[in-house]
Design a protein around this ligand. Structure first.
Ligand SMILES: [Cu+2]
Length: 211
C-alpha cells in the first residue's frame, strides 16, 4: 500500500539530469541561443501577488516545495543573486535555499552582468566549507556548477568578491528526508527469529583454590 512517490522522484531526477546535460552542451561553444529561457508572460500573470508575510508563515509548504529539489539555478548580478529555479525562488533576490542534510545538490549559476563573480558556501562563521568555492568567472552568459552535499553547518552562499550584496541564506531542513529519502530499508520482514546462539560460558569455577 505504499504510494508510488519514490518512482516519481526517480524519474524526475533522470529528466532533470538529462535536461541539465543538454543545457551544458548547448552552453559550451554553441550559438548564442539560450533554449532554457522561455519567456512566458502568461505564466507570470497567473502567479498570485507576492505576499512576503504569507511566505514566512508557510514554512511547511516551503519544506515540501523543496523536498525533491536537487538542482538550484541562480543568475549572478553584482547587486544580488537572483533565483531562477526551483519555483519557490524564481525572481527572488538572494533567495534562501532550503536544503536537506545528506542530499546532493547542484547550484548552476549564470554570470548575468559580465562582472567577476564566483560562488562559495560558508558556515555561520563565514568560513568556506570543504573547498566549496568556485573560480571567479567574469564573462557574461557563462555558467558554472557547484556540486555539494548539504550538511548541517551550511549557513550561507556568497559571491566572494561581492559578499556585501551577493549573499543569501541556507536553511537546513530538519527531518526533511522523512518518509521519502533514499531509504533502502524495506521494513516489515522480521527474519531475525531462531538464531539462539548458545553462549557457552561454562563457568570454570574454583580453579585456583588450592588449599
Ligand atoms: Cu559577484
Amino acid at each position: 500500500m505504499r504510494p508510488p512517490k519514490r518512482l516519481d522522484r526517480r524519474s524526475l531526477l533522470k529528466v532533470t539530469g538529462a535536461a541539465g546535460l543538454a543545457a551544458l552542451v548547448a552552453g559550451c561553444g554553441g550559438p548564442d541561443e539560450e533554449p532554457e529561457e522561455v519567456d512566458d508572460p502568461e505564466e507570470e500573470e497567473e502567479e498570485p501577488g507576492d505576499d512576503p508575510e504569507d511566505e514566512e508563515e508557510n514554512g511547511d509548504a516551503d519544506a515540501e516545495a523543496w523536498a525533491d529539489v536537487d538542482e538550484i539555478v541562480l543568475d549572478g548580478y553584482t547587486e544580488a543573486w537572483e533565483g531562477v529555479e526551483p519555483e519557490p525562488i524564481a525572481g527572488e533576490e538572494n533567495p534562501t535555499l532550503v536544503l536537506t542534510p545528506g542530499e546532493e545538490y547542484t547550484i548552476t549559476w549564470e554570470n548575468a552582468d559580465g562582472q567577476g563573480h564566483n560562488i562559495a558556501i560558508r558556515d555561520a562563521d563565514g568560513q568556506v566549507i570543504d573547498d566549496y568555492a568556485t573560480d571567479i568567472m567574469d564573462e557574461e552568459g557563462e555558467t558554472q556548477d557547484l556540486e555539494f552535499e548539504a550538511t548541517d553547518e551550511m549557513a550561507e552562499y556568497v559571491c566572494e568578491p561581492h559578499e556585501g550584496t551577493m549573499l543569501g541564506e541556507i536553511e537546513i531542513a530538519e527531518n526533511g528526508a522523512e518518509g521519502e529519502a533514499d531509504e533502502e530499508e524495506e521494513a516489515g520482514d522480521e527474519e531475525e527469529a531462531g538464531d539462539e546462539e548458545e553462549a557457552g560460558d561454562e563457568e570454570e569455577a574454583g580453579g585456583d583454590d588450592d588449599v
